[in-house]
Design a binder for this molecule. Sequence first.
Ligand code: HEC
Ligand code: HEC
Ligand code: HEC
Ligand code: HEC
Length: 137
Amino acid sequence: MKRKGLGLLVVLLVGLVFLVVGVLVAADVPDQIVINNTGYKADKKGPVHFSHKKHHADYKVACTECHHDYQNGKNVWKEGDPVQHCSKCHNPLKKQGKVPKLQNAYHKNCKTCHKKLAKAGKKTGPYKKCSQCHAKK
Ligand code: HEC
Ligand code: HEC
Ligand code: HEC
Ligand code: HEC
């Protein structure tokens, strides 16, 4: 009897640890991200409210469509790797070699996908109307 109780306790504790770790990992990937960088020549547009979780969970967009770490021209980033802000590598003021400047990095990533899906007749996100992404300033 006593040993059974102990076994159960261990199972419960292990379960708890997994639960806590699970919550922590999930917390690493936010549901909604407000994209509002500074450092642009002119900050003309309002911030962008981006449904991060929906994009991968509901719209089934692979992480690697948006996250990358190029080594010798190949994207070696994989799920679980740390994620840096786009602005860490994309300069808001100028293009650096093959690395587009920050505004273009976002527009190319977000709008190109939306447009491509629209052309294919699929459900998609905005790519024409600025106000469908940018909040009012
Ligand atoms: C699919 C979403 C999307 C659409 C549509 C879109 N943008 Fe953006 N845009 C972004 C994101 C994301 C950023 C990065 C915001 C930041 O860094 O603060 C950005 C950044 C910018 C910036 C630089 C930052 C700033 O606030 O000045 C400008 C200028 C801009 N967009 C103009 C436009 C204009 C003009 C249109 C319409 C013709 C447009 N965008 C449509 C997503 C979008
Ligand atoms: C449609 C594009 C897109 C997809 C798909 C996507 N992400 Fe992101 N993710 C972003 C953007 C944009 C940011 C904000 C980057 C920034 O702040 O400059 C971000 C931020 C993050 C962050 C950092 C959050 C923070 O607040 O510091 C993590 C972690 C992350 N993503 C993980 C993932 C994982 C894991 C997946 C796949 C399950 C994924 N992302 C799918 C675009 C995407
Ligand atoms: C660790 C540095 C780094 C981070 C962080 C980063 N990028 Fe990049 N990005 C690069 C480099 C380097 C290239 C040029 C790749 C090449 O063609 O050799 C690039 C190219 C691009 C391109 C053009 C190539 C293509 O795929 O069409 C887009 C768009 C882009 N990045 C968007 C983003 C967005 C959006 C984020 C944030 C979610 C981001 N990047 C975060 C380094 C980075
Ligand atoms: C590889 C494809 C892809 C990329 C990259 C992508 N999206 Fe989307 N986006 C979608 C799809 C698919 C939908 C809508 C699907 C639906 O309604 O079922 C969508 C919908 C949206 C919507 C409207 C619905 C909502 O959830 O808010 C917004 C706004 C949006 N995207 C913003 C962005 C921004 C900002 C970025 C760049 C940071 C981005 N998207 C990058 C595929 C993409």
